[in-house]
Design a protein around this ligand. Structure first.
Ligand code: KG4
Ligand code: ZN
Length: 385
């Protein structure tokens, strides 16, 4: 079967066509994947402006879907199901994709599958490398999320750690903004860090010791001893503030209203020191959790997994720990629809199909999402084998 996938959760309008292979080890193949990025629109504002994002999705969605069908050599009648990101994300942006997918499903008389954005990021690993050795520990690290999952088997995601405040990608974007490096921050900090001295500045690496009072209901935290479960959570807001303080201290511009002015070497050294702190925080927790859970493989996905230092360090640590590390290629790291198609096909083959009354959800727990709609109490679900 061919499946059309749509992703519009943030500032990328994306569509992809996936085909099933019949091979259980590598169940899906990408026939096309089109991403229309809105970066140039949001760069001017230093971050994503939700209203501008949803308006641009409306402009782009038809052309992007048509391009994905054309590139795949498919007519719309060759598509057997449509998958779409239901959440989490910007609700106005999500609504464009969800409305398009529902209309496509209704017009063609084919099933529509609502997909959790993070399930997509996790399944991007399978799309790129085939089924991972199980159990697996997977870190999803992006502009909106920093979450650690334990996968006892394919398609089962148990949340074991998450950020208590900012996501790692958000910290990259905010630090880049205060250094005057533009949006998005990850790629430019990654590049400048290569010319900087990572031991010049020492930034705080937060280790949490108190329980999460706002923890989501269904998690897999009980898989770990309580003190380890607490330590596994992330925090990046203090790091961002530490960089801000340092930048103010080093600022050569005496007028407080004028833009920050720093010599290029200082900027490169800040980037390198900041990046080392983030990468160490991410990998310490990932490898600690993997050791506790005796994971047979480790995955890292989401936009920040494009980071060159994170990739290199993860591979080196994985080799030392005897746990293979899987990271998607850059095209599948940042937001795309192919990963949503992969998670959609996994759900579809496990019998989950949405009814046409599901809605876009700005915040949606992955554990909630995986239960059929009927159990979630939001209207009837149709299930299909
Ligand atoms: O997964 P993604 O495309 O969108 C979300 O779901 O958030 O991730 C975007 C995030 C941005 O914060 C961006 O700065 C970050 O990924 N990013 C990177 C790199 N490339 C993108 N962060 C660090 N290093 C990179 N090379
Ligand atoms: Zn994402």
């Amino acid at each position: 079967m061919n499946l059309l996938a749509i992703e519009t959760s943030c500032d990328e309008t994306a569509a992809a066509v996936l085909a099933e292979t019949g091979d259980p080890a590598r169940p899906w193949t990408i026939r096309s994947s089109i991403v229309a990025s809105q970066t140039t629109i949001h760069r001017e504002w230093g971050g994503v402006v939700p209203e501008l994002a949803s308006r641009q999705h409306v402009r782009d969605i038809c052309g992007v879907v048509e391009a994905s069908l054309e590139k795949a050599g498919c007519a719309s009648s060759d598509i057997g199901a449509v998958a779409v990101t239901q959440g989490p994300g910007l609700v106005g942006s999500l609504l464009v994709g969800v409305s398009y997918a529902k209309a496509f499903s209704w017009a063609k008389g084919i099933p529509v599958i609502p997909v959790h954005h993070l399930a997509g990021h996790i399944e991007s690993l399978v799309l790129a490398h085939g089924e991972l050795p199980m159990p697996a520990a997977v870190l999803v690290v992006s502009g909106g999320h920093t979450s650690l999952y334990f996968l006892p088997e394919p398609g089962t995601y148990r949340l074991i750690g998450r950020t208590r405040d900012d996501a790692a990608g958000e910290a990259y974007d905010k630090v880049a903004k205060l250094l005057g490096l533009g949006y998005p921050g990850g790629p430019v900090i990654d590049k400048l860090a290569r010319q900087g001295r990572e031991d010049r500045f020492s930034f705080p690496a937060t280790r949490l010791t108190h329980a999460d009072r706002n923890a989501p209901k269904a998690t897999g935290a009980d898989l770990l001893p309580p003190d380890v479960a607490r330590r596994i959570d992330f925090s990046f807001s203090g790091l961002k503030t530490a960089v801000l303080r340092l930048v103010r201290e080093l600022n050569q511009n005496s007028d407080p209203d004028a833009p920050i002015a720093l010599p290029p070497q200082d900027i490169a050294d800040i980037c390198a020191s900041f990046q080392k702190t983030v990468v160490t925080a991410l990998l310490d927790r990932l490898f600690e959790a993997a050791a506790w859970l005796d994971a047979r493989s480790i995955g890292i996905s989401g936009g920040v997994s494009a980071n060159s230092r994170l990739r290199a360090d993860a591979e080196a640590r994985g080799a030392k720990a005897g746990r293979p590390v899987f990271v998607p290629p850059i095209s599948l790291s940042t937001d795309n629809a192919a990963m949503i198609g992969a998670a959609g096909l996994r759900l579809y083959r496990s019998g989950v199909v949405g009814s046409l009354d599901f809605n876009a959800e700005a915040s949606l727990a992955l554990s909630e999402h995986l239960r059929p709609e009927r159990e979630r109490g939001s209207g009837p679900a149709s299930t299909q084998k």
